[in-house]
Every structure is written in structure tokens, then in C-alpha cells.
Write a protein that binds this ligand. Sequence first.
Ligand code: LLP
Length: 440
Amino acid sequence: MSIPGPTRVNEFFAYRGGSLYAEDVPLATLAASVGTPFYVYSTAGLVRHYRRFANAFAPAQPLICFAVKANSNLAVLRLFARLGAGADVVSEGELRRALAAGIPGERILFSGVGKTAAEMAAALAADIHQINVESEPELHRLSAVAQQTGRVARIALRVNPDVDALTHAKIATGKKDNKFGIDFAQAAAAYRLAHTLPGLAPVGLALHIGSQLTDLEPYRHAFARLAELVRTLRAAGLAVERVDLGGGLGIRYRDEQPPEIAEYAALVRDVFGALGVAVAIEPGRALAGPAGLLVARVLYVKQSRSRRFVVVDAAMNDLMRPALYDAWHDIVPVMAPAADAPRAAADVVGPVCETGDTFALARELPPLEEGDLVAFAAAGAYGAVMSSTYNSRLLVPEVLVAGARSAIIRPRPSYDELLGLDRVPAWLDRAAAEAERGAG
Ligand code: LLP
């Protein structure tokens, strides 16, 4: 009796005839044409995850603003724009991307703890839905920019509910010691202040308590505090028309059991349903994460006395999450191993000159040899967006697949382009000689 081998990563990346596909496109074929490493996204996967959110929340008709930071490729944003999504942006660059992708200003939210005056002016010029303000000094700055530009800024006050999101410390944002949001105890006074400043139209409250949440309880606490604040402010005669509940819903990387979107939506309904507020949410990872893979090729398998290293051609600069958060990504071979193939522990590492350039330690993997392709799962969010050219490696390309179609949606740059970003001053050789004489 033959035991079946692995069948799929998820419904969008499955094995057919022993080879891993992105929808109807074999990854081995993409690797041959694009070269490795590269990211690949499934259109069906992106659409499916957006639809799940939209359907679960349908009764409340919230503004679903994709958190652009999770995946800011213009093709991905264009797809979400076609689906009717809005965008949560945190910089002028993200604002420009969202607008360029066809997301209308009226569906764009601007979040972030450190907006510059220029970014505020750009947001006002695009007449976006709302700017989420995180401090009193920011209220004053925005008021000044609004007056200078002759615009009125619709603002929500982002509060810090002092709730533990029970997630990795580097992506928890809702505790009072985190830099985000205005201290809960100061929120009412700040909201009142906002009403007195020219150029500001306070419309509501916002929060975002962290990312990769796998438990609903932190949301329950934070939402309850926010609802309490809505009631307090209204009792004081201040209008609160909108709440923005941020993002953060987690996905499965290893063995996490994130809440169902329906449970999350039900919680929102329970807490805010009776308040008569317009709701916005800002999911990023839950929409894009499962819809992407990073594909890499094995360069060497190196056996030391104590460890077996699988050296791949992707590195920490291409997918930073393991180095930065000790994050787990499933690693699967593109050619399915035999079901009875022996598994052995290996450290999967990249070529960058740091020990931190490690994707997995003592990971149980099927046999892998030089030249084999591997895929890192759940890499559609916080993957390509966090990549860099560290070690002067070329920025990793991105590919979008839809059925049997595929397209490169960000090409791998050339080395000329990489080197062409730098400028050597005309005076440099002379200055070097002078400095050397001076040092002598
Ligand atoms: N809204 C705001 C204001 C945020 O700061 C974030 C994420 C989101 C929405 C979207 O959160 P999501 O639904 O994607 O969890 N680089 C880290 C994640 C950083 C998240 C930062 N803020 C990672 O790779 O895990």
C-alpha cells in the first residue's frame, strides 16, 4: 500500500503529479523563467480572503481598509481596489501607492505615530476618509497644516487601551508603554481639544492593539474600553460617529489556531452594534499572508560534525521575519518527496554574513539536495515589503498568478540599477588625498 505524499500548502498552492503549483502554474516553471528567489501570490487566494472578511462583516458594512504595509505591490493593491477595498496607509509612499492603484481617497485611512507636515498635506490634498491622530502635538501640527492648506481634516483619535495583545513583543502595540495611541486617561481631554482647534473635524476614535493575534480576548477588552469611551464622550456632548478597530487578526504559520473571521465579526457586532457608529477595520496579514510563498533554490547541503545546513539562495534580506521575530514559516519542497522519504533535521540558512540569517533551526525536512526548490509558506504579508538589498543582493522579484496566467509584478532589478542608486561626488578623489595628507 502506498501512503499518499503531501497534497498541498493550502487551497491555492497544491501538488499535482508530485509538483507544487500556484493555482494552475507549476512553481518549477516559474523558477526557470524568473530565477530564484522570488515571491509568488495567488489572485484567488487574495480574493478569497478579502471576500471572507467582507462576507463575515456584511451586516455591519464596515470600511475594510487593507493595511498596505502588509503587501504594497501595485498589482496587489489594484486587485483589492477592484474588490472595493479601502486602504490603511502609514506614509506618503503608501498613500501614493493606494491612489495609484485606484483606491479612492474617500476609502483611505492614514495611521501612524509620526506623520510629517508634508504627509499631512498630501493626505489633505487627496481628501482622504480620515487621519488617525496619536498625540496632542500631532493635533496641533495637523490643525496648522489644515489651516495653511485651507482644508478641513477629518480625524479620529487613536487611543491606547492598555491591553496585552498576547502576541510577539515587537508587534504588540496596545499596552500603555508602547509608543502608539494616546494614553487612555488623556483621550477624553484630547478629543475635546480637537474640537477647539481650527481645521479639525473630529469624527471618532481608533485603535490597533497589535498584529498576529490568535485570541479574541484582547480584542474583547480593547473594544469594550473603546465603546465605554464612546459613551463617555457622547455623554459630555461630543459626537462620535466612527470607530476604526485596526487590524491584527492572526493566521496559521505553524500550529496557531486563530479565531474565525465570523467570531471576530460577531464580537464587533456585539460591542458596537447598538452604538450606531460607522466601523472601519484594517486587516493586512489575514488578507495577504496565506496567499503568498517565497520560492528559493538549495545552493549547498553542508554537513558539519554537529549540524546539517541547507543553504538556500534566499536570505534574511528577502524574508526578514525569522531573523527579526524568530518567526516560523513552513518550508516545503517544490517536488513532493515520497511519502516514506526519511525526514532529518536541518538548519535552513541564507547566504548573508550573519548568524541571524537563519530561516529555521533543526527543522525536520524531507531529503533536499543541491538544486532543489523549496517554498516558504504564508509569505504573502510582511515578506517582499520588508525586503532590502543588504549584502548588495538584488531586491527579490514578485510574481502574480491567476489560474494558468502569471506575470512579474516587480522585476528583479539589474546590478546596474543597484549600483546606479549611489553617487560618487566629483571632489571625492581630491578630498581623499587631502584627508590623507592631513592624517599623515
Ligand atoms: N493597522 C495598523 C495601524 C497597523 O499598525 C497594522 C500593522 C495593521 C493595521 C495591520 O495589522 P495586521 O492585520 O497585518 O496584523 N512586520 C510584522 C507585522 C507588523 C504589523 C504592524 N502593524 C510581522 O512580520 O509580523
